[in-house]
Design a protein around this ligand. Structure first.
Ligand SMILES: [Zn+2]
Length: 244
């Protein structure tokens, strides 16, 4: 194996570590963002419930006022009973009082149902607010975790970037460019070993995509420090050193 391919393999190792570190950080960022969206959703749902509760309370208040107004109306009708001049007038007023009382009873029943509903909504709102507080605690923990990971990996990333720059110096610019470009399509894995799946036969294939590789390519890779790409996946090929 020639020095350029050796450097590329070293670069591949560094690249693998860089991608793993970045992936870990990205996963933590995603977790924070997902938790933020969850809290936003919970807040919207809770606000809706709070609005409904506010309306229900306003309804209950206005019902109570209606009942009071009707009760005062009944008071007036009772006084009118005393001054009724005819039996017919008296009976008419009495009938009005009874129908008003029946209406009040119906309203009181509705009011009671509404109060039960309000209690339930109130409990739901409290529960939802508790959920938001818990989700917020979880978000804080995720953020701390994210910041810790960022601080810890900063040094590692710097070291790896430095090592990468050093190794990259020994690789021709055009090859390095190829390595970076291909690596983008394969999570940093621009290199692929040429393997012989059935050890008895002579068929060679790319370990990245399992397409066959010609014997001519294998010969070049074995005898020269030349860059050969897999004709199918475009990865840069190398012959792995023989197991001792
Ligand atoms: Zn391939």
């Amino acid at each position: 194996m020639g020095p350029v391919i050796q450097s590329l393999l070293r670069l591949q190792e560094i690249e693998t570590q860089l991608w793993a570190l970045r992936d870990a950080l990205t996963a933590k960022n995603h977790a924070v963002n997902a938790q933020q969206r969850k809290i936003q959703q919970l807040q919207q749902q809770t606000q809706q419930k709070l609005d409904q509760l506010k309306h229900a309370r306003a309804d209950a208040d206005s019902q109570e006022l209606d009942i009071k107004a009707q009760e005062s109306e009944i008071g007036k009708l009772r006084n009118a009973l005393n001054t009724a001049r005819t039996n017919k007038e008296y009976n008419a007023i009495l009938s009005q009082i009874n129908s008003d009382r029946a209406e009040i009873a119906r309203q009181e029943e509705r009011g009671l149902a509404l109060l039960t509903q309000i209690d339930q909504m109130d409990a739901e709102c409290r529960q939802a607010q508790k959920q938001i507080a818990q989700a917020q605690d979880r978000l804080d923990a995720l953020r701390r975790d994210q910041q810790d990971a960022q601080a810890q990996s900063r040094q590692d990333l710097d070291k790896l970037e430095q090592a990468k720059a050093t190794v990259a110096d020994s690789i021709p610019a055009s090859v390095l460019d190829q390595f970076q470009r291909i690596g983008q399509s394969f999570n940093g894995q621009a290199m692929a070993a040429v393997t012989q799946p059935d050890h008895r036969g002579s068929a060679y294939c790319c370990s990245g995509c399992y397409m066959s590789i010609t014997i001519d390519t294998v010969d070049v890779l074995m005898s020269k420090d030349e860059i050969k790409q897999c004709p199918n996946c475009q990865r840069l090929l190398y012959i792995p050193p023989e197991e001792p």
